[in-house]
Design a protein around this ligand. Structure first.
Ligand SMILES: NC(=O)C1=CN([C@@H]2O[C@H](COP(=O)(O)OP(=O)(O)OC[C@H]3O[C@@H](n4cnc5c(N)ncnc54)[C@H](OP(=O)(O)O)[C@@H]3O)[C@@H](O)[C@H]2O)C=CC1
Ligand SMILES: O=C(O)C1=N[C@H](C(=O)O)C[C@H](O)C1
Length: 265
């Protein structure tokens, strides 16, 4: 499978390139970086600290290399992800997007593209986070309406979006398990009525140091609480998941695929 990585110098892009380079079922064909960077033209293996040359370049124009790939893996910015999406559609290439921070209208553009290309969007590509999502679905369905539900996420100081894509997805999963829409349940920060209506979902975001990612969901009752938590120690679990998603698309027809399809959850 021939792979292009967008943002190969980023925290995720670097690891994705390193993992793809180590896989026998993947061949890297280029990395795509923003215009003007001093690593444009460098060998992708050097730019992404793979440790050896890959014999393919980092370029600043996806369109100049897109013909040579089967799949594009994008973990960049929400602006660049939209450019990548339109080019993937134009050239009929499979796309894995793990970038976060999109509006509902932008998410709809990913879903619409699925009629033309194999499209996999995943706000979190860790296996254990997606197992956690299954647990949240069960708990919210059983006791969500009676609980004070709080989502607390922590990330590094550089993360641009808040709440995280994962916590937004967790909120949606719990709302649907309660037969509701998240837009009717979401409360951002500790504002508004006190105590809050049961079953509403509070979002809290912390940004500190180099924390890779932590998500906790608290279900508060009187006299007891249930906490479900995932911690990642680095970004490797997400990068491995991203490569698994790309491999999953190898023989797929156009359609909207999810990480649950990949993990068979
Ligand atoms: N789905 C998941 O499981 C995960 C998702 N993410 C999401 O992935 C995204 C990236 O995260 P992270 O790696 O931490 O961020 P970084 O800021 O470390 O990396 C982003 C990369 O995108 C590159 N970039 C920016 N603009 C362009 C452009 N126009 N063309 C090409 N490349 C561009 C940057 O280039 P340069 O370095 O030159 O500035 C940078 O290398 C975020 O939205 C994050 O939330 C993160 C982890 C896991
Ligand atoms: O930016 C990150 O680091 C992460 N972003 C994703 C998100 O917004 O949920 C996934 C994971 O939490 C790491």
């Amino acid at each position: 499978m021939k792979v292009i990585v967008v943002g190969p110098r980023g925290k995720m892009g670097k690891l994705i390139t390193q993992i793809a380079a180590s896989r026998e079922d993947m061949q890297l064909v280029a990395g795509v970086a923003p215009e003007g960077r001093d690593y444009i033209g460098m060998d992708l293996g050097q730019a992404a600290l793979v440790g050896y040359d890959l014999g393919v370049p980092v370029v600043d124009n996806l369109e100049s290399v897109i013909d040579g790939c089967d799949v594009i893996i994008d973990f960049s910015t929400k602006e660049m992800a939209m450019v990548v999406l339109e080019l993937a559609r134009k050239y009929k290439k499979a796309l894995v997007c793990g970038t976060t921070g999109f509006s509902e209208e932008e998410m709809e553009r990913f879903r619409a593209a699925a009629s033309e290309i194999p499209m996999l969007y995943a706000a979190n590509t860790s296996k254990l986070v997606n197992v956690m999502n299954k647990l949240l679905e069960i708990v919210a369905e059983k006791i969500g309406e009676e609980a004070d539900i709080e989502i607390l996420e922590m990330h590094d100081q550089w993360k641009k979006d808040a709440p995280s894509g994962t916590s937004k997805e967790m909120g949606e999963i719990m709302a649907h398990a309660m037969g509701k829409e998240i837009s009717d349940l979401a409360v951002y920060g500790r504002h508004g009525e006190c105590p809050r209506e049961k079953g509403t979902i509070g979002y809290h975001s912390l940004r500190a140091g180099n924390i890779p990612s932590s998500h906790s969901v608290y279900f508060g009752f009187m006299g007891e609480r249930l906490e479900i938590t995932h911690h990642s120690y680095n970004w490797e679990c997400f990068a491995r998941g991203a490569c698994d998603c790309a491999a999953y698309l190898a023989d797929k027809a156009p359609g909207f695929y999810t990480i649950q399809d990949v993990l068979n959850l």
